[in-house]
Design a protein around this ligand. Structure first.
Ligand code: AP5
Length: 210
């Protein structure tokens, strides 16, 4: 299945994608995670995008589209994928339509107040990128990843000013994609407010998957 996960920052797209990738047996492709890995590696891409991401703005369409086009050309994405965080602008959606046919767009519905609460308490593993939350998804041992033992850290773009900027950017540039895909008849809404297990159940129901 070829899926897009759409929704505001902190809606829980990455958390659900980590589960949905196993349910559907397709790769989870997160543009944010690819950029963060490039930043950690200090690669030319990482050096180019670090300040943009830390401030909560979007990386330019050309760079992002090329990155996703190359990733979707890899063999593991032939049978399907979960695109988490792409497209984020109408030009990105139009470019994607030229190189792949998306089957469903899952729209994560959540109010801003929950987004701020989720992002300000998020902790991420430096080793494997797994997501935790200081209240909602605690690791077994403080500051240590359950999966790989890596150190948990706070993303630079989870600071207050950057969260506000990301929400502003989402409303202006990404939210119009909801109507764009609804008009094509491929958008499904998922209530992202409940706890993770319930969101997974909502997702299965919306896509009719066991
Ligand atoms: P990206 O990494 O995609 O960030 P985002 O879209 O802002 O999404 P997040 O990762 O912040 O949130 P999420 O919805 O995945 O929530 P999560 O599951 O972590 O992008 C980062 C940056 O890269 C962008 O700002 C931009 O600069 C750049 N970029 C990326 N793609 C781009 C593109 N296409 N074009 C241009 N630039 C691009 O959950 C959040 C927290 O809530 C966690 O702590 C989690 O444990 C907790 N949580 C999750 N679900 C629940 C639940 N149901 N109940 C309680 N807590 C929950």
């Amino acid at each position: 299945m070829k899926l897009i996960f759409l929704g505001p920052p902190g809606a829980g797209k990455g958390t659900l994608a980590a589960k949905a990738t196993e349910i559907l047996n397709v790769p989870h492709i997160s543009t944010g995670a690819i950029f963060r890995a490039a930043i950690a590696a200090k690669s030319p891409l990482g050096l180019k995008v670090k300040a943009i991401i830390d401030s909560g703005k979007l990386v330019d369409d050309g760079t992002t589209i090329e990155l996703v086009k190359e990733r979707l050309a890899q063999s593991d994405a032939a049978k399907g994928y979960i695109l988490d965080g792409f497209p984020r602008t109408i030009p990105q959606a139009e470019a994607l339509a030229d190189f792949s046919t998306v089957e469903k767009v899952v729209n994560f519905d959540i109010p801003d107040s929950s987004v701020v609460e989720r992002l300000s308490g998020r902790r991420v593993c430096r080793g494997c990128g797994a997501n935790y939350h200081v209240s909602f998804q605690k690791p077994k041992k403080d500051g240590v990843c359950d999966a790989c033992g890596g150190e948990l850290y706070t993303r630079d773009d989870d600071k207050k000013e950057a969260i506000e900027k990301r929400l502003e950017v989402y409303r202006a540039q990404t939210a119009p994609l909801i109507d764009h895909y609804r008009a094509k008849g491929i958008l499904v809404d998922v209530d992202a407010r409940p706890q993770v297990d319930t969101v997974v159940a909502n997702f299965r129901k919306a896509l009719s998957v066991q």
